[in-house]
Design a protein. Structure first.
Length: 253
């Protein structure tokens, strides 16, 4: 990978970032190395306010989640409208969602991402994004660590910074980047909001049942399975932390 980075010709890499709070991203990317990269024409970063794609008087981008529970969910319509408009203009090598469910951002992943030309990043916010958006558009989910942020904007800034500095010509020393160093233990279940039917995809019936126990059980099972598949390290920690849970875990297989 290091040799590929050295031999790659100088080019412009573009990031399109979808967010409800663009102000949170502007400052980190307008200083230091990222500013220099943009001034050199090596990095382009475009911020897209999802409220501009929302409809109605109040430009609502979130709604209550089906099945009840605390926290709002990002609505699918504004996100889909924004992504589809951008896709008419260019092809994206990756459509990333910043999420604790994602693969851990590390240097190897940064190196791979730096080889791409066009990357779109959707910033998670509130309780998360409607699961159908993840199923329809997202090609890669990335986590920057096992902790909670107020939103995915800072994570997006981390991704742009860690990847952008690897673009040939960004750093004064072309080889500098090649020698850099390197709470519940379950992931959240899928979340859904209105409308109940969207683009042929339906909200699971259990979330519309109003049966609190069934909803609770479904969410727990989904959390277990998602953690087992996507974050086996957290899954093992969960299992070994309470051996009484093993039987319920095995029932999912």
């Amino acid at each position: 990978m290091k040799f590929r980075l050295i031999l790659r010709q100088i080019y412009t890499m573009r990031f399109d970032i979808l967010t409800v709070l663009p102000e949170l991203i502007e400052s980190p990317l307008n200083h230091s190395i990222m500013k220099r990269a943009k001034d050199k024409g090596l990095l382009e970063v475009y911020l897209h306010n999802l409220r501009d794609f929302a409809v109605g008087k109040h430009r609502q981008v979130d709604d209550y989640q089906f099945g009840g529970g605390a926290g709002m969910v990002m609505k699918p319509e504004p996100i889909a409208a924004c992504i589809e408009q951008l896709q008419q203009e260019r092809t994206y090598d990756a459509i990333i969602y910043t999420s604790p469910d994602g693969v851990r951002l590390d240097q190897e992943l940064c190196n791979r991402l730096s080889m791409l030309d066009n990357v779109l990043v959707l910033c998670g916010h509130y309780k998360g994004v409607d699961e159908r958006i993840r199923e329809t558009y997202i090609t890669l989910e990335i986590s920057i660590g096992d902790y909670v942020l107020s939103g995915g904007e800072l994570a997006a800034a981390v991704i742009v910074d860690s990847v952008g500095r690897l673009i040939p010509g960004v750093l004064n020393d072309e080889t500098s980047a090649l020698f850099d160093s390197f709470q519940d233990d379950l992931l959240a279940p899928p979340v859904y909001t209105r409308p109940a039917e969207w683009e042929g995809k339906s909200v699971p019936d259990v979330l519309l049942s109003g049966h609190e126990k069934m909803i609770e059980d479904w969410r727990h099972e989904q959390s277990l399975e998602r953690t087992r598949v996507r974050r086996p390290d957290l899954y093992e920690k969960y299992v070994h932390g309470d051996h009484d849970k093993i039987n319920s875990v095995e029932n999912l297989r």
